[in-house]
Design a protein around this ligand. Structure first.
Ligand SMILES: Cc1cc2nc3c(=O)[nH]c(=O)nc-3n(C[C@H](O)[C@H](O)[C@H](O)COP(=O)(O)OP(=O)(O)OC[C@H]3O[C@@H](n4cnc5c(N)ncnc54)[C@H](O)[C@@H]3O)c2cc1C
Length: 395
């Protein structure tokens, strides 16, 4: 067993760290003003991050899935809004197209996404359907060589800036979740409109919004997989998105920890650094435990992706654990900072607000718990996927 990162991993980590550090100074103001910057996303693309684990033949850097985790971790060390781009563009959309797309779809959509020339996201959630995916109301009716798509999507990351949306809707409602299909929808298609959600608790330097599809004509060529594959596609995309959320949470936990350790060594009470007090030490020790265990789960899941093993259970566990660790570390970091942690003077209040959302999106805490319990009780047993994530092949 080898726990070392390779030289290639260390290089991509360093380059993600230096990119994220270069945008870090803008984050507090963007967070305060609830603004996002499309240019930053395009620069991520120019630097090769958006296609980090997409094979070179499809415009990517051809690195492995551990590298995807490392970029996510370093981005979220600076701000969750940066990592969210990796989650929706690369994890939930590009890897889904790599798994399920036709060669024509890969050339037309995946290549510009991997090169960072077109921004992509994933549109599943609706005003009346989140965890209960089969409750979505979006419909796609066949009409000659097209589908007519109508419906509303809600809480979609990058809704107001993405160029293309991997969208889920019913082609046959009578079949339940087996009647859901997946489509690539371009912003330019007539009938697509979007807007932003304001006053979110966290990820305020990132865009989250809604999409309205008003009788949008989607070419048949944009159906991903077959009619009725949509639920399976949505779930397999989540295996990849959750991995980036989990890896990002390790970064957020480390940022909270670093801030706590630095503060504990400067702030004095009762004549000593607060780090000398055992109850403060306990908070720090718990952070160490959480970060180390989250990291092990995350990179085990990344390794499983590299070797081509089904990893739904491991990725869900990593996501559940790492997001809770990040939440707890941010909370304890505020505690260690006392009132200063409660102010905008230190970044830890932003970490705390940002950490909270990851326990809701890409499967709530409760959904992750149900997944683990169902595996443990034998109510769920994975069969190999019909369209696996390609095993990593070094070039
Ligand atoms: C910042 C942010 C970004 C997002 N980005 C995207 C995106 O890019 N694309 C996208 O499609 N969606 C996105 N979402 C939506 C997110 O994935 C959903 O909000 C999430 O899946 C939960 O759905 P819901 O909010 O409808 O909650 P509900 O499903 O209504 O759940 C409400 C509560 O009930 C619990 N619950 C529900 N069912 C059960 C059950 N069977 N057993 C026990 N408890 C249960 C839940 O755990 C939760 O606590 C985003 C959300 C946020 C906050």
């Amino acid at each position: 067993m080898d726990f070392d990162f390779s030289d290639e991993h260390k290089t991509i980590r360093q380059s993600a760290k230096s990119f994220a550090s270069s945008v870090a100074p803008q984050i507090p103001e963007m967070d305060r003003n609830q603004t996002y910057d499309r240019k930053t996303i395009l620069e991520m693309g120019e630097n090769g991050f958006l296609g980090v684990c997409i094979p070179e033949q499809y415009g990517g850097a051809g690195l492995d899935y551990i590298s995807l985790g490392l970029v996510s971790e370093e981005f979220e060390y600076v701000d969750t809004s940066l990592r969210v781009v990796m989650s929706v563009h690369t994890g939930l959309n590009s890897l889904g197209l790599l798994q399920w797309g036709t060669e024509e779809q890969k050339q037309k959509y995946l290549v510009p996404q991997a090169q960072g020339k077109r921004i992509a996201t994933y549109a599943l959630t609706e005003p009346n359907a989140g965890s209960d995916v089969a409750s979505i109301e979006t419909s796609a009716k066949k009409d000659g060589d097209s589908y007519i798509l109508s419906g509303n999507k809600m809480w979609i990351s990058l809704a107001d800036t993405a160029d293309q949306f991997l969208t889920f809707g019913y082609t046959d409602k009578s079949k339940g979740h087996r009647g859901i299909s997946a489509f690539i929808v371009e912003r330019e298609f007539k009938g697509v409109s979007t807007g932003s959600i304001k006053n979110k608790l966290g990820v305020r330097a990132g865009n989250t919004g809604f999409i309205t599809y008003d009788e949008v004509e989607v070419p048949k060529a944009n159906l991903v997989g077959k009619e009725g594959d949509g639920f399976k596609i949505a779930m397999s995309c989540l295996d990849n998105g959750r991995y980036t959320v989990a890896a990002g949470s390790v970064g957020l936990a480390k940022a909270s920890y670093d801030a706590a350790v630095a503060y504990a060594k400067t702030r004095k009470t009762f004549g000593v650094e607060i780090g000398q007090h055992q109850l403060v030490q306990r908070l720090i020790a718990h952070m160490v435990r959480g970060i180390e265990t989250a990291e092990l789960l995350v990179y085990k899941a990344g390794w499983m992706k590299n070797v081509g093993r089904r990893n739904t259970k491991e990725t869900a566990l990593a996501k559940w654990h790492a997001t809770n660790v990040a939440s707890q570390c941010a909370d304890d970091s505020i505690q260690i900072h006392g009132s200063y942690g409660y102010s905008g003077e230190y970044p830890v209040e932003r970490y705390w607000r940002n950490a909270r959302g990851a326990r809701i999106y890409e499967g709530t805490d409760q959904v992750q718990e149900i997944i683990q319990a169902r595996y443990a009780l034998g109510y769920r047993d994975d069969k190999p996927l019909s369209h696996d994530l390609p095993r990593y092949k070094p070039t």
